[in-house]
Design a protein around this ligand. Structure first.
Ligand code: SAH
Length: 391
């Protein structure tokens, strides 16, 4: 067993439940300090505090899994997963067959994301520590959920920072079909878990789509950054007159077209537009009753925040200029590094520059299958505002 001794005074956040221990908080390491695996964390007085996963290559040296002296094995992951599954089974609607089953730190399994798409599970192992336990995790998942297959989509910047490359493919059971059919609040969608963005569908917007649907009757809607058109389907389901789905990705729009047909909406009610949202909003000469802005994260790192605020301001300013008096703006940011307060300030700046008077009708966030640990506020990323324009 490896022992990590913290510097004096550095144990408080860990005792308070924060799962990340940065290299700068560590005084010494006893035992193997070169390989990835389980480590015990002790304070400078040699008192045991927590147990977690150690990665010598990551700035986050340890990700704490438990504050009890329990073994880290398949049973441990089974218990954590059962706790996570109970939340979803107890509170999600039976007309929803796709949800986030494991939300990393928010389900006390740092580094692991598992999305359920009907009979298939899609995993993302973001850290080398959790990657180390892949077999146990897949076994624990198979014990818990009777899935036809488990697929892996472990890719992206976080893995690079952890010193591990991408890993994509079947982990157990059957290969998923090219498009997995799912239902969300009774609406039908198809998920491409191999080539789709993230794990194939933006499950985190489910509740916000339902709210949009409730406000869409009779409206003309511009859905910017539409991806596969989920907001568009809900808008038409709620009685919108017309929806434009705008995205820069052709495959996303092709899927959006299928989704609109699958849910029975007439093609004349819907327009698909392959465009850059920034250019379109800047050059657009029509106005809408309702605009949705759900851009990809514009700030991937803390240092990107000031540049990103410029992007968010541009989008919101130009969107607000194209909303009829009394119309609505659903505006989002999924940048973890942009706080709720800063996002609101940016949107305020946009409203002032657009010369519009605006009220906040609602603040938005992710649904209950995306829990955030109270002890790890960094896990909070999706924020949104429903705004109403006066004149
Ligand atoms: N609202 C969607 C998710 C949006 S994800 C949903 O509920 O499913 C962000 C989308 O923005 C992606 O589909 C991506 O292709 C698109 N995108 C990224 N940059 C863009 C740009 N400059 N203009 C238009 N679309 C863009």
């Amino acid at each position: 067993m490896r022992h990590i001794f913290l510097k004096p005074g550095r144990e408080r956040p860990v005792l308070n439940g924060h799962p990340w221990i940065f290299s700068g908080a560590i005084a010494t390491i006893e035992g193997d300090h070169e390989s990835i695996g389980v480590a015990d964390v002790l304070n400078d007085k040699q008192q045991w505090i927590a147990r977690g996963l150690y990665n010598p290559k990551s700035q986050i040296r340890v990700r704490v899994l438990t504050w009890d002296k329990e073994p880290i094995n398949r049973d441990f992951f089974s218990r954590r997963m059962a706790h996570a599954l109970a939340l979803r089974e107890n509170y999600l609607s039976p007309t929803t067959t796709a949800y986030r089953l494991i939300n990393g730190e928010g389900d006390f399994i740092p580094g692991l994301i598992v999305d359920r798409y009907n009979d298939f599970l899609v995993c993302q192992f973001f850290t080398s520590g959790i990657d180390f336990f892949k077999q146990d995790i897949v076994a624990a998942l198979s014990d818990l959920v009777s899935a036809k297959g488990v697929f892996e989509r472990s890719e992206g910047r976080v893995r690079d920072e952890e010193g591990i490359g991408p890993s994509v493919g079947i982990l157990s059971g059957d290969a998923p079909p090219e498009l997995i059919p799912i239902e969300e609040n009774g609406y039908k969608f198809l998920v491409d878990v191999r080539r789709g963005q993230k794990t194939g569908f933006f499950l985190d917007q489910r509740d916000n789509r339902a709210l949009l649907s409730a406000l869409a009757r009779g409206q003309t809607v511009l859905n910017c950054f539409s991806y596969s058109g989920a907001f568009s389907v809900y808008a038409l389901g709620g009685g919108a007159n017309k929806v434009i789905s705008l995205d820069s990705s052709k495959p996303a729009l092709e899927l959006a077209e299928q989704h609109l047909a699958l849910n029975g909406f007439a093609t004349e009610q819907s327009e698909l537009l392959k465009a850059d949202a920034f250019t379109y909003l800047n050059e657009c000469d029509t106005s809408f009753d309702l605009v949705i802005l759900d851009p990809p994260s514009l700030a991937h790192k803390r240092n990107d925040v000031s540049a990103a605020t410029g992007g968010y301001k541009f989008l919101n300013l130009h969107a607000l200029q194209h909303i009829h008096p009394g119309g609505l703006l659903f505006t989002f940011s999924c940048s973890q590094h942009l706080s709720v307060d800063l996002f609101q300030k940016v949107v305020f700046g946009a409203a002032v520059d657009a010369g519009r008077k605006v009220t906040i009708l609602k603040r938005l966030g992710p649904p209950i299958d995306h829990p955030v640990s109270l002890h790890h506020p960094e896990g909070e990323y999706l924020k949104g505002l429903v705004l109403r324009v006066l004149d």
